[in-house]
Design a protein around this ligand. Structure first.
Ligand code: PGA
Length: 245
């Protein structure tokens, strides 16, 4: 009942020429209408990406929590919607680390995005120290509770991204992913209306590639993946779409 979501996060990569990758990604996405395929390029590429993408949802990598105002260098949800974005990532670990983003602010961003009709991919996960100290479940639970917006479930996606798995080629064991995704689903049922909780998609992120994607998506409660490096080229992204389809 939940559609799979294959979302690519280009981070601070890409240019107009790179939008050519969207042509082949679009072909694959249109051939798999039962799943959602999204690319989140840098802000400046959203508008040309929307013009080029056929069958691929275009999203942003962040949005500001306020409607508008004196926030130099930031971008609002309304601006993203005007550019054609239909979803946005919020609370990515790189922003939590580099821009000192905290759970409460992440929730406010998600709420603003959803108020403008976008979906929000809310990222959370444990760092390596927390992982080694056996604190994964408590950390995930705390970040989920504090950054979850109260909204309709279909507009919410939670991306479980262990920080030590991002860009490292390492992924957690299948059982560990299963445990955390089940925990997130259980907590969603407590935190939201239970019917809405069933509509929330829970994505896994961190070193997803064409080789491990099928195994990851076979895990119960893994409703899709958030992909960094392997989303930058159609050659690497297409096998992930194929694994989902
Ligand atoms: P990666 O990044 O796929 O390059 O590990 C994942 C992410 O940061 O979302």
């Amino acid at each position: 009942m939940r559609r799979r979501m294959i979302a690519g996060n280009w981070k601070m990569n890409g240019d107009l020429a790179a939008l050519g990758e969207l042509d082949a990604i679009g072909v694959a996405a249109r051939a798999a209408p039962q799943i959602d395929v999204a690319i989140c390029p840098p802000f400046t590429l959203i508008s040309p990406a929307v013009a080029r993408a056929d069958g691929v949802m275009i999203g942003a990598q962040d949005c500001h929590a306020q409607e508008s105002g004196p926030f130099t260098g930031n971008i609002s949800a309304a601006m993203l919607v005007e550019a054609g974005a239909v979803l946005t990532i919020v609370g990515h670990s790189e922003r939590r680390r580099d821009q000192m983003e905290r759970n409460r602010g992440v929730r406010a961003k998600a709420e603003r995005a959803i108020a403008h009709g976008m979906s929000a991919i809310i990222c959370l996960g444990e760092n390596e120290e927390e992982h080694d100290a056996g604190q994964t479940t408590s950390v995930v639970e705390r970040r989920l509770e504090a950054s979850l917006p109260i909204a309709r479930g279909e507009f919410i996606m939670i991306a479980y991204e262990p920080l030590w798995a991002i860009g490292t080629g390492r992924t957690p064991a299948t059982a560990a992913v299963a445990e955390i995704h089940a925990l997130i689903r259980r907590r969603l049922r407590d935190l939201l209306d239970p019917a809405e909780a069933e509509r929330v998609r829970i994505l896994y992120g961190g070193s997803v590639n064409g080789t491990n994607a099928a195994d990851l998506m076979a895990i119960p409660d893994v409703d899709g993946v958030l992909v960094g490096g392997a989303s930058l080229s159609a050659e690497q992204f297409l096998p992930i779409i194929a694994a989902a389809a």
